[in-house]
Design a protein around this ligand. Structure first.
Ligand code: NAD
Length: 476
């Protein structure tokens, strides 16, 4: 017990357990930390601590202050946190800077929401016979929130879970991905140093199948906020009993390119959105559905930009694309683009360990992995379409529905797509990957349900309690 971060944080203390796991540097492939695995007993203690804290919620202004101070600490510690981030994710320095700045902003947005939690008057007196009733809702924290995070946004996605949970007056047990738990330690330290009292935030690390499963089975948790793959999201939904769930899941996001699109803009944005974090982003451009009239021209511009991307050491400021999370993932992605029906590789796709050079692939078969499932790799497929109607049809035929982009100068076309695309968000003249932290963000279909974004998450992490007064005439 003590001050040294072990990965297991319960009731304001770093603790040990009898099992450990190793966190590696994803580029150097060397161990960088040994952390405590939270077994069933530790998960039980963490949830118990959260349950006790949740019985006595912090006042709103205190929550606001703590979140603001934690944001400031995160900002002060940014350089060190970004070094840790690059090591444990393999993402580039530029990715690290973007995400750490966004996490600071997310905590600040959450602080603002902490002092806006409010119910509303309900006009029950309009119901005949209820003229003397006065009714209003108050928003009550759900109690204990279980937060389960993926490896690919270990600062900002985690901030989007614990920030709103705390802002809403809850206590949290956080389970980061086993590949990238160190950023969560930095967030826990910032909140603890900002004065968050013991019990309001617990950290439990370890494999999803054991630590994560123990959390999901704990009926004291009333709300699960989960970001990860659709397969695990389904398990969380099935195993969490009657707890509320919010699922941010996978996608094979598409962006649509009309014949009237600004092709320079498309090429510039896709070369970034398809390959940042080595393509391991849920809204990453995986499929570019391009009007046949501009296919050749766009392919040429994209190839020029993509072959100019530098692959390698994520610590080198000149590197655009670092390694994937594991060599096996790079191998899987390479197999998907080289298998029969996987399409014609126009550039990239070479593997060296966990590095996969940014690939542009033409016309994968309609039933290929690349068209139907999530590749989560630095790969973009270009698919010709006869019309934007066909592009919308193709997009809607798939299993996922997170975000989509449409490039067109035609306003009517853009509105039509916004209405018809079955996704959580439509970006006009931008890729599927645009995301500002204040916006409602989430998917439909196999991409999940519920929306993230501090304002929406805080609302969801509270329950409305209706209070009705049966008013009598005052006794003289
Ligand atoms: P993953 O589903 O493998 O793991 C996510 C988390 O769930 C991890 O913390 C893991 O340990 C835990 N987990 C695994 N099995 C579990 C179980 N049985 N019970 C409880 N928890 C369990 O996902 P990943 O590989 O870390 O992340 C990549 C995935 O996340 C991709 O599919 C990506 O699209 C998705 N993602 C979605 C969004 C979004 O906003 N929709 C954002 C980022 C990532």
């Amino acid at each position: 017990m003590g001050h040294r971060p072990t990965g297991l944080f319960v009731e304001g203390q770093w603790r040990e357990s009898d099992q450990r796991f190793t966190v590696t540097d994803k580029y150097l492939r060397e161990p960088i930390a040994e952390l405590a695995v939270a077994g069933p007993a530790q998960v039980d203690a963490a949830v118990g601590a959260a349950r006790r804290a949740a019985d006595d919620p912090l006042p709103p202004a205190r929550r606001e202050r703590i979140l603001l101070d934690a944001a400031e600490l995160l900002e002060e510690r940014a350089a060190e946190i970004e070094r840790t981030y690059v090591a444990e994710t393999g993402f580039t320095l530029a990715d690290a800077r973007t995400e750490s700045a966004r996490a600071v902003g997310t905590l600040r947005l959450c602080a603002g929401e902490a002092v806006r939690v409010a119910g509303q008057e309900i006009p029950v007196s309009a119901t005949p016979g209820s003229e003397n009733r006065l009714a209003f809702t108050i928003r009550v924290p759900v109690g204990v929130v279980g937060a389960i995070a993926p490896f690919n946004a270990p600062l900002n996605t985690v901030a989007h879970k614990i920030g709103p949970a705390l802002a809403a007056g809850n206590a949290v047990v956080l389970k980061p991905a086993e590949a990238t738990p160190l950023c969560s330690i930095a967030l826990v330290e910032a909140l603890h140093d900002a004065g968050l009292p013991p019990g309001f935030l617990q950290l439990v690390c370890g494999p999803g199948e054991t630590t994560g499963a123990a959390l999901v089975a704990d009926r004291r948790i009333r709300y699960f906020t989960f970001t990860g793959s659709s397969a695990v999201g389904l398990l969380v939904k099935q195993r969490s009993g009657i707890a509320k769930t919010h699922l941010e899941l996978g996608a094979n996001s598409a962006s649509l390119v009309g014949a009237d699109a600004d092709l320079d803009l498309v090429a510039e944005l896709v070369a970034r959105a398809g390959f940042r974090k080595a393509g391991q982003v849920c809204t990453s451009v995986q499929r570019l559905l391009v009007h046949r009239e501009v296919l050749d021209e766009l392919t040429e511009r994209l190839t020029a930009r993509i072959t100019a991307l530098r692959v390698g050491d994520p610590r080198d400021p000149k590197t655009d694309v670092g390694p994937m999370i594991a060599p096996a993932e790079a191998q899987r992605a390479r197999e998907w683009i080289t298998e029969p029906g996987g399409g014609r590789v126009l550039c990239g796709g070479e593997r060296d360990g966990a590095l996969l050079s940014p690939a542009l692939v033409a016309e994968p078969a309609p039933d290929s992995h690349l068209m139907c499932t999530e590749i989560f790799a630095p790969v973009v497929a270009v698919v010709p379409v006869e019309s934007m109607d066909r592009a919308i049809e193709l997009m809607n035929a798939g299993d996922y529905g997170l975000q989509a982009g449409i490039f067109t100068r035609d306003l009517d076309r853009a509105f039509d797509a916004a209405r018809r695309l079955r996704v959580g968000g439509v970006m006009v003249n931008d890729t599927s990957s645009y995301h500002a932290d204040a916006m409602p963000y989430g998917g439909v279909k196999d991409s999940g349900y519920g929306v993230e974004g501090p304002r929406y998450a805080v609302e969801d992490m509270t329950d409305p309690r209706i209070v009705v007064f049966n008013l009598r005439p005052p006794r003289s």
